[in-house]
Ligand binder design. Structure first.
Ligand SMILES: [Ca+2]
Ligand SMILES: [Ca+2]
Ligand SMILES: [Ca+2]
Length: 377
């Protein structure tokens, strides 16, 4: 009996010894990339923040796979759960997948982290955008005399920003499609996916003469339509374009201020009714026209804020939002089913050709009446 206990004790002691010598070491968890820019320029130093944790509280080191074939190397060990900043520069344009792995100071390695994507563009401004500056300050938003979703009129303060003078054109969007190395789903036509979302549709059909086409390796614009506004682009596609170049979609408030300025005017040009010299809408016949053709310019110098194509905004659409909106840089409701469209299109009757008119569509909508324009801070 005594001997039995003695051997049990020995087993127990030896298991402690194994523990102390590290025999039961656990691998670190796969690290988390907590901060990464969505886009960068060639040769720009980018910084990514990684956090690695180890179940045993061991010191940890990380290895980053930058997705561009550069050598993999372990960084220095730091204390468990420390934010590690790592820097890199890319030599070529492209969309890169970044992932990270950790090891603890006993040599055990984690799995790779979830992948994050970064878009690297050439140092020059490869999409030529003319920007209109909108100064910081208050403006009156909404309209008490029109549809319910425009009520109540309310004052909003916005920080300064720049908005594109024109709607994004086929030529500009085509450049983007070629830069991100995607292709249409069905051979040379159909929808185009990027990062899991449909971003646009090309080869739309016979009645819609204008289009982007695909020759099997590159996108190109059907001749003569280069300066027509990009359409059949989803909210995801508008957003992806903006983010690729380091810009963003306007908030609904930013769109409205850019279109009407600060004096509560009904139209970008003032309070006189629209006509076909000022905007492209239903009365004028035909479809879209080249951006900047119509003369109804806004107080900040923007063209086609009304008509030609509706424009995607970043916000979710909520018809009651104006009664609960914060008065400082509102970002829209936190959830919804439709994203905001503003300004009306070539197909809209004059009642929708007003700066305060509001509308929305599901973010996956592809319409030949909806395009967009970007903003930047
Ligand atoms: Ca460990
Ligand atoms: Ca427009
Ligand atoms: Ca409306």
């Amino acid at each position: 009996m005594k001997k039995y206990f003695k051997s049990l004790l020995l087993v127990f002691l030896s298991s402690i010894a194994i523990r102390c010598s590290g025999g039961l070491n656990n691998s670190p968890n796969s690290p988390i990339i907590t901060d990464i820019p969505s886009s960068a320029k060639i040769n720009e130093t980018i910084m990514v923040i990684v956090v690695a944790s180890d179940p045993d509280g061991d010191r940890v080191a990380c290895m980053v796979d930058w997705g561009d074939g550069s050598d993999l190397a372990w960084g220095s060990f730091v204390a468990n759960e420390t934010g590690i900043s790592v820097t890199h520069t890319y030599a070529k344009e492209g969309s890169y997948s970044i992932r990270v792995k950790a090891k603890d100071d006993k040599g055990a390695e984690s799995d790779w982290s979830l992948i994050k994507t970064i878009n690297v563009t050439s140092g020059s401004n490869i999409i030529d955008i003319e920007w209109c500056e909108v100064q910081a300050g208050l403006f009156g938003m909404g309209n008490n005399n029109e549809f319910d979703d425009e009520k109540p009129e309310h004052n909003i303060y916005l920080d300064s920003y720049y908005i594109s003078k024109y709607e994004i054109t086929y030529a500009q969007y085509c450049k983007f499609l070629n830069a991100i190395s995607v292709s249409p789903q069905s051979g040379n036509t159909g929808v185009v996916y990027y990062n899991g979302n449909i971003i646009c549709e090309i080869g739309y059909g016979n009645y819609w003469d204008q289009d982007i086409l695909y020759d099997g390796s590159k996108f190109y614009v059907k001749s003569g339509y280069e300066n027509y506004p990009m359409v059949l682009v989803t909210w995801h596609g508008a957003k992806a374009f903006c983010e690729y170049y380091g810009w963003r979609l306007p908030t609904e408030a930013e769109w409205e201020k850019a279109s009407r300025g600060t004096d509560m005017r009904k139209y970008p040009w003032g309070n006189t009714e629209p006509d076909c010299s000022k905007a492209q809408y239903e009365m004028c016949g035909g479809y879209t026209v080249p951006v900047g053709t119509k003369t109804g310019v806004s107080p900040y110098g923007c063209y086609d804020m009304l008509g030609n194509v509706w424009e995607w905004c970043n916000d979710w659409y909520d018809e009651n939002y104006y009664s609960v909106s914060p008065d400082n840089n509102p970002q829209g409701p936190s959830s919804g089913t439709n994203r905001v469209n503003r300004g009306g299109s070539w197909y809209s009757g004059s009642g929708f050709i007003r700066c305060s008119d509001r509308s929305g569509s599901p973010p996956s909508t592809r319409s030949n009446k909806i395009g967009f324009r970007p903003v930047k801070d």
